[in-house]
Ligand binder design. Structure first.
Ligand SMILES: *Cc1c(COP(=O)(O)O)cnc(C)c1O
Length: 379
């Protein structure tokens, strides 16, 4: 029965969403940068400790802003993990930069510094990091390379709001951090995102890029008496309607995270014996990182058995999908990218991974069904 189906992800609903949206609709201000944008932005700065935050229409747009801020062009290369979401690559290719694919570390699914070192050229202007599942990448290894070669680090932190690497909030370690508020992410407003910055000069420019190339943000603060065209840019600011939902969600961030961790911890406690018996690798978190319970995944030895596990769960009404298809072998990756050496670990990671349902409202009964479904499968 479809009502019994345990879906993979269900967007959280926050108590203040409807009242907030009502307040926007009954005001005379529903375009961007109103009071809910200010309130949501302040909460984001609070959660991340970022000195500067700008909410945007999506994470993809936040990454496009990163490309504009770093002044990427056709002469430049950006190293991107092969195991990644398309936005990480396409936002760079949109600026004309060549995407250079590097391999991941199989322990976390994150960009491997050694692979980056092998892919660096004098044209490398930036490296794109994804903290897969909300588990931080090896930022120290990457920062060491960035210091040696002088490239910027962009953090695609779509999964990692509230996560830490050695005590440092994810999204604030690199030159630019990007967040997603798509409704499959921990915190959402339907579609939305944010840019996190520490550098004041980049922030001044980011405000302009986000507002159609104008200094309207300065005008709204009363710093100039009219606003004018200053630079290239686009319309990357979300409406107050989105900001109203986002503010309601961020107000309940701790509740969202506690419930996601409850689900994550249930899987982590229930599956080790089954994993050991079946040669399955469970998601792990290195001890110097605090994850965000964005995903819980298991890795089965072969693609064939992985597909069998997905089918086994589906028969029991449990939706458990695989994830990214490696970008280096995708049609656009072949056309717009360069792959200096085969990304073997990325291909293997992609073909053996299954994600289990993870959302705050999962009941103990549903979790028991998922655990029973998984542990009744023999690899
Ligand atoms: C969801 C996601 C994006 C894109 O986010 P949007 O807000 O939908 O643009 C980018 N990168 C990663 C890693 C994602 O998971």
């Amino acid at each position: 029965m479809s009502s019994d189906r345990i879906i993979f992800s269900r967007p959280f609903r926050a108590a203040r969403e409807l009242p907030n949206v009502e307040a926007v609709l009954s005001s005379d201000h529903s375009h961007g940068d109103g009071p809910f944008t200010a309130a949501a932005t302040a909460k984001l700065r609070d959660i991340t400790g970022a000195p500067h935050a700008l909410i945007t229409t999506s994470c993809t747009h936040a990454l496009e802003m990163a490309g504009l801020l770093l002044e990427l062009g056709p002469e430049d290369e950006v190293i991107v993990p092969s195991f990644a979401f398309t936005s990480s690559a396409t936002a760079m290719a949109l600026r004309g930069a060549t995407v250079v694919f590097a391999d991941i570390d199989s322990a976390t699914g994150n960009l491997d510094p050694e692979s980056v070192a092998a892919a660096v050229t004098p044209r490398t202007k930036a490296v794109m990091v994804i903290h897969y599942g909300g588990v931080a990448a090896d930022m120290e290894g990457l920062q060491r390379l960035a210091d040696t070669h002088g490239f910027a680090i962009i953090e695609d932190n779509a999964h990692g709001l509230g996560g830490y690497y050695r005590g440092r909030p994810l999204g604030t370690i690199g030159t630019v951090g990007a967040l997603s508020f798509h409704d499959t992410k921990n915190v959402h407003c339907g579609e939305g995102g944010a840019v996190l910055l520490t550098d004041e000069i980049l922030m001044a420019r980011a405000e302009i890029i986000r507002e159609k190339g104008t200094d309207r943000a300065r005008f709204l603060r009363g710093a100039v008496d009219k606003y004018s065209w200053q630079d290239i840019g686009s319309s990357y600011l979300p409406s107050e309607l989105n900001a109203a939902v986002l503010d309601a969600q961020l107000a309940e961030f701790d509740t969202i995270q506690n419930n996601r961790h409850r689900v994550w911890n249930t899987y982590a406690a229930a599956l080790p014996d089954w994993a050991a018996r079946n040669d399955v690798q469970l998601m792990t978190v290195p001890s110097d990182r605090e994850h965000t319970a964005h995903l819980y995944y298991v890795r089965v030895p072969t693609e064939h058995r992985r597909d069998a596990l997905i089918a086994h769960l589906s028969q029991r009404g449990i939706v458990a999908p695989f994830h990214y298809i490696p970008l280096d072998s995708s049609p656009a990756g072949l056309k717009l990218g360069r792959t200096p050496f085969p990304c073997v670990r990325s291909a293997e990671f992609s073909s053996t991974l299954v994600r289990l349902p993870l959302w705050p409202g999962l009941t103990e009964e549903q979790l028991t069904r998922v655990v029973d479904g998984v542990t009744s499968f023999t690899v």
